[in-house]
Write a protein that binds this ligand. Sequence first.
Ligand SMILES: NC(=O)c1ccc[n+]([C@@H]2O[C@H](COP(=O)([O-])OP(=O)(O)OC[C@H]3O[C@@H](n4cnc5c(N)ncnc54)[C@H](OP(=O)(O)O)[C@@H]3O)[C@@H](O)[C@H]2O)c1
Length: 248
Amino acid sequence: MNVGIIGSGFIGGTLARLLSTAGHTVRVSNSRGPHTIDPDVFSTGAIAVTKEEALVGADVVILSIPFVRIPDLKALLEGLPEDSVIIDTSNYIPARDDRLDAIENGQPDSVWASEQVGRPLAKAWNTIYSASLNEAGRPAGDPERIAVPVAADRDHDRVVTMALVEDSGFDAYYAGSLAESWKQQCGTPCYCTEVTLESLPQALADADLARSRKRQDLFFSVYNERFGNVGTNPSRNYIVQLSKLIYA
Ligand SMILES: NC(=O)c1ccc[n+]([C@@H]2O[C@H](COP(=O)([O-])OP(=O)(O)OC[C@H]3O[C@@H](n4cnc5c(N)ncnc54)[C@H](OP(=O)(O)O)[C@@H]3O)[C@@H](O)[C@H]2O)c1
């Protein structure tokens, strides 16, 4: 598939490497221009482009930018064909982002994001910590393979997104519509806890929106006390253990 990625950071850059390794043609972009992208992102064949170029001929566009920046992409995405698959990896994190009333009042993150860009979205890879995405992929059939929930409203979006999740080294599990995707948001039992396909359905069933908000605040209290409110990337072990303790 031709995959365009908007965002070349921890998640977008890692997906660029994993999906080009899997044989996809990947074009990856950021906000400052292709010359600013870390060369490691191209180590398996992805090409650095502008965000406009990332969309040319793309079967799939992956949005991997800070949640509050999603509305910036509305004009960019308007030119895509109606049946293009657009996958959102983002998470609303009020400890880090501006507070958004609609989401505080219960609107799922990706429903808000979809409304902002005026396009149907699928949601995937939002539950996996970047270090896990980078180092924990396993072949299909491995009993310890981590599972990634996928939310989508359209069949084609669901099928394509699940295939790409599998190609990235993780079991894909259809978690329901975008309206139900609050069950895989930050603070829920499947968030950064590296659940397998066997335990993911129960983790989704155990999700509780009000408690997930409280647990998210708890997590970031601990995180910010340890690291400060700065862009750092702690080890996989630290994030997964803390997430299991607080969210699971
Ligand atoms: N980090 C994780 O473990 C993790 C896990 C799951 C989901 N997520 C979610 O995935 C998304 C990306 O996270 P990340 O950690 O990869 O972020 P990141 O490392 O900060 O990277 C963000 C990327 O977005 C680009 N960007 C920002 N605004 C843009 C715009 N208007 N147009 C085009 N590109 C833009 C940045 O480009 P410039 O640098 O040029 O500005 C950068 O390449 C977030 O929504 C996050 O919540 C993160």
